[in-house]
Design a binder for this molecule. Structure first.
Ligand code: SF4
Length: 95
Protein backbone atom coordinates (compact mmCIF):
# COMPACT_ATOMS: atom_id res chain seq x y z
CA UNK A 1 0.00 0.00 0.00
CA UNK A 2 1.23 3.46 -0.89
CA UNK A 3 1.85 5.73 2.11
CA UNK A 4 0.88 9.40 2.39
CA UNK A 5 4.56 10.41 2.45
CA UNK A 6 5.25 8.36 -0.67
CA UNK A 7 2.22 9.89 -2.41
CA UNK A 8 3.41 13.39 -1.57
CA UNK A 9 6.91 12.59 -2.85
CA UNK A 10 5.46 11.22 -6.10
CA UNK A 11 3.34 14.34 -6.59
CA UNK A 12 6.40 16.53 -5.94
CA UNK A 13 8.39 14.56 -8.51
CA UNK A 14 5.62 14.81 -11.12
CA UNK A 15 5.49 18.58 -10.51
CA UNK A 16 9.29 18.80 -10.74
CA UNK A 17 9.36 16.96 -14.05
CA UNK A 18 6.66 19.10 -15.63
CA UNK A 19 8.10 22.32 -14.19
CA UNK A 20 11.48 21.41 -15.72
CA UNK A 21 9.79 20.51 -19.00
CA UNK A 22 7.73 23.70 -19.28
CA UNK A 23 9.55 26.40 -17.32
CA UNK A 24 13.01 25.11 -16.33
CA UNK A 25 14.96 27.21 -13.83
CA UNK A 26 17.59 29.17 -15.79
CA UNK A 27 20.51 27.92 -13.68
CA UNK A 28 19.51 24.26 -14.21
CA UNK A 29 18.45 24.48 -17.83
CA UNK A 30 21.64 23.02 -19.33
CA UNK A 31 21.89 20.24 -16.74
CA UNK A 32 18.24 19.32 -17.22
CA UNK A 33 18.64 19.12 -21.00
CA UNK A 34 21.82 17.04 -20.79
CA UNK A 35 20.39 14.63 -18.21
CA UNK A 36 17.11 14.28 -20.08
CA UNK A 37 18.86 13.52 -23.37
CA UNK A 38 20.99 10.85 -21.70
CA UNK A 39 18.00 9.25 -20.00
CA UNK A 40 15.76 9.41 -23.09
CA UNK A 41 18.39 7.51 -25.07
CA UNK A 42 18.23 4.75 -22.47
CA UNK A 43 14.42 4.74 -22.47
CA UNK A 44 14.41 4.49 -26.26
CA UNK A 45 16.12 1.11 -25.96
CA UNK A 46 13.92 -0.13 -23.12
CA UNK A 47 11.20 -2.73 -23.52
CA UNK A 48 8.90 -0.66 -21.25
CA UNK A 49 8.89 2.27 -23.69
CA UNK A 50 5.35 2.83 -24.98
CA UNK A 51 6.49 2.43 -28.59
CA UNK A 52 6.83 -1.27 -27.84
CA UNK A 53 3.26 -1.60 -26.52
CA UNK A 54 -0.29 -1.09 -27.71
CA UNK A 55 -1.56 2.01 -25.89
CA UNK A 56 -4.23 4.66 -26.35
CA UNK A 57 -1.89 7.45 -25.28
CA UNK A 58 -0.11 9.51 -27.93
CA UNK A 59 2.78 10.61 -25.71
CA UNK A 60 5.96 8.59 -25.37
CA UNK A 61 5.66 7.15 -21.88
CA UNK A 62 7.00 4.48 -19.60
CA UNK A 63 4.57 1.57 -19.35
CA UNK A 64 6.05 0.64 -15.97
CA UNK A 65 5.41 3.92 -14.11
CA UNK A 66 3.04 5.49 -16.72
CA UNK A 67 4.98 8.77 -16.75
CA UNK A 68 5.44 10.91 -19.87
CA UNK A 69 9.10 10.44 -20.69
CA UNK A 70 9.94 14.00 -21.75
CA UNK A 71 8.86 15.20 -18.29
CA UNK A 72 9.99 12.21 -16.23
CA UNK A 73 13.52 12.37 -17.63
CA UNK A 74 13.73 16.04 -16.65
CA UNK A 75 12.93 15.36 -13.01
CA UNK A 76 16.40 15.37 -11.47
CA UNK A 77 15.23 13.71 -8.25
CA UNK A 78 13.52 10.88 -10.16
CA UNK A 79 14.90 7.54 -11.15
CA UNK A 80 13.85 4.77 -13.48
CA UNK A 81 11.15 2.72 -11.67
CA UNK A 82 12.73 -0.67 -12.25
CA UNK A 83 14.09 -2.61 -9.26
CA UNK A 84 17.46 -2.34 -10.95
CA UNK A 85 17.04 1.17 -12.38
CA UNK A 86 18.42 1.87 -15.83
CA UNK A 87 19.08 5.46 -14.76
CA UNK A 88 19.13 7.08 -11.34
CA UNK A 89 18.34 10.36 -9.58
CA UNK A 90 21.14 12.90 -9.62
CA UNK A 91 19.89 14.97 -6.70
CA UNK A 92 17.23 14.57 -4.05
CA UNK A 93 15.72 18.02 -4.24
CA UNK A 94 16.11 21.01 -6.45
CA UNK A 95 16.80 24.37 -4.84
S1 SF4 B 1 11.95 4.93 -17.13
FE1 SF4 B 1 13.09 2.99 -16.97
S2 SF4 B 1 11.54 1.39 -17.25
FE2 SF4 B 1 10.66 3.30 -18.00
S3 SF4 B 1 11.11 3.33 -20.21
FE3 SF4 B 1 12.74 4.45 -19.16
S4 SF4 B 1 14.36 2.94 -18.83
FE4 SF4 B 1 12.46 1.83 -19.23
Amino acid sequence: MITVNKSIKLLEQIAEGWRNELIPPQKLKKVIETVSKYRLNICEECSYHSKNHITKRIDAHCTKCKCTLTAKTKCLSCRCPLEEPKWVNIQEKQE
